[in-house]
Design a protein around this ligand. Structure first.
Ligand SMILES: Nc1ncnc2c1ncn2[C@@H]1O[C@H](COP(=O)(O)OP(=O)(O)OP(=O)(O)O)[C@@H](O)[C@H]1O
Length: 459
């Protein structure tokens, strides 16, 4: 399989050249277009795997192009480059399926990460197209352990309940990286709602005002930047599925508003006075302990019971026995295919290390570890050292000595201490970036910046 092909739509020549150079250096092929007309021709000439686009273009508006492109290639991931003050555009872009944003002025390291993440996102359609080693289509998840088999059976039963005007709400629980997002998409795909929209709101990724506007919609002029009226995602999901990801992060005031919407199955837009009916199926997910959050007054009990009509728990990877090996083999094959390399084998020591490690970041962490090993080290064989598993974190005795070493200011720089603190906090929070940021008193953006700076894996 050849390298991913990126369609870059950017009219500022110098910026386009810098982006082009960086993307080629990262191994992608790139079609650079300075206007929408050329971008349409380029997309027809060679089907891109990802679109990276600016919004203000000489012959039109980038989002109109994105809408056209999605008509041609329904699941194409798109990354939108926005300038300060274009939040409204960013919301609209998300509706059109943009998977990420890059703020101008651009940081080329962030570009590298965002593009790689966007390409790694596996929507059902792109998975079929890009991944010869994909999980069997009838399950969509790799793993055959008793815990996973029990989950598959429940998944079908729950999907069958999605028909009707007010289907039971579903709550997906499980540690970070266990596959909740993927399961939400599978529930939708297997239900009678599959042909209708699947819309996702990531309650942790957006600031409070944006989450509210996203969920409920707004009238024109309801707040600064609300240049046009917009329907909220709860309504936009129509007869499809509304996936409320990281529901534990929803601020209290919005929890009350969401509860009212779920109970009445209507929404009132911000700045509006009419109620709109909603007919979506609600699937929510969290990696936080909502029971504990209720006890500390951080999550409403009534909302919890309303959401938690049906629960599906995703077991941590360390409780799935040899699934961890099947998954590692899957990701090895997947990475090799994506980068057009021979598929390496995993040697016995590496298998033992994979089995022993406790995988706090679960399947996502395993995927990253294996991808890095295949890309950076392994030509023919993946060996234990290629995995670079943090031995210190799995052995308490060693951890103590690491702590002592970092406490010794004479031997440590400030940067070392910061890196160590972040690493430990990530470990404690099982690689939940939002939670780690809160614990460290940083914004998510500030933590992300440091993760990049220190080459740490946030999950
Ligand atoms: N059983 C599985 N088979 C194959 N891939 C999987 C499986 N479970 C998870 N993945 C992959 O692992 C990554 C993490 O999964 P996902 O995003 O669904 O986790 P999550 O539980 O929603 O995490 P978070 O709580 O942090 O949002 C994704 O790339 C997903 O496709």
């Amino acid at each position: 399989m050849s390298a991913a092909h990126i369609l870059l739509l950017e009219d500022e020549g110098a910026l386009a050249r810098a982006l082009d150079r960086r993307l080629r250096r990262d191994g992608y092929t790139v079609a650079v277009c300075e206007n929408i007309a050329n971008a349409k021709l380029a997309a027809r000439r060679r089907r891109p795997d990802l679109a990276l686009l600016d919004l203000r273009l000489p012959d039109g508006y980038g989002l109109d192009f994105l809408e056209w492109l999605r008509g041609e290639i329904p699941n194409i991931p798109a990354v939108v480059m926005t300038a300060f003050g274009e939040l409204d555009d960013a919301i609209a872009a998300m509706r059109l399926g943009a998977v990420d944003f890059l703020k101008k002025p651009l940081d080329l390291e962030a570009l590298h990460r965002v593009v790689a993440d966007a390409l790694a996102r596996e929507t059902p359609a792109t998975r079929v197209a890009n991944d010869a080693a994909a999980a069997p289509e009838d399950t969509g998840l790799v793993g055959d352990s008793p815990a996973m088999r029990a989950l598959y059976a429940q998944l079908d039963r729950i999907a069958a309940l999605a028909a009707g005007e007010a289907p039971p709400n579903v709550l997906l629980t499980g540690e970070t990286g266990t596959g909740k997002d993927r399961v939400a998409r599978m529930l939708h795909a297997r239900s009678t709602r599959a042909k209708n929209p699947f819309v996702q709101v990531d309650c942790a990724a957006l600031p409070r005002d944006l989450v509210e506007a996203e969920l409920f919609g707004h009238e024109k002029g309801a707040f600064t930047n609300a240049h046009r009226a917009r329907r909220g995602l709860l309504a936009a999901a129509g007869d499809g599925t509304a996936f409320l990801n990281e529901i534990g992060e929803l601020p209290m005031a919005l929890q009350a508003k969401l509860l009212t919407a779920l109970e009445s199955r209507t929404v009132r837009e911000i700045g509006g006075d009419t109620e709109r009916d909603i007919s979506a199926w609600f699937v929510a997910a969290t990696n936080r302990d909502l029971a504990e959050m209720m006890a500390t007054g951080d999550f409403r009990q009534d909302l919890y019971y309303r959401l938690n009509v049906l629960t599906l728990h995703l077991p941590p990877l360390r409780e799935r026995g040899d699934d961890v090996i099947a998954l590692a083999e899957h990701f090895v094959a997947h990475t090799a295919a994506r980068y057009d390399r021979p598929v390496p084998t995993i040697d016995e020591n590496a298998r033992a290390a994979i089995r022993t490690y406790h995988w706090p970041g679960n399947v996502r962490e395993l995927r990253h570890v294996v991808e890095r090993a295949v890309l950076v080290h392994a030509e023919h064989v993946v060996e234990a050292t290629h995995l670079q598993l943090p031995a210190a974190l799995s052995a308490p005795a060693q951890r103590e000595s690491t702590d002592r070493a970092t406490d010794n200011a004479a031997n440590t720089t400030l940067a070392d201490s910061e890196r160590d603190l972040i690493e430990r906090t990530l470990h404690q929070t099982q690689h939940n970036v939002s939670q780690a940021a809160r614990q460290l008193g940083l914004s998510r953006g500030a933590l992300r910046y440091r993760l990049e700076k220190y080459g740490l894996d946030g999950g």
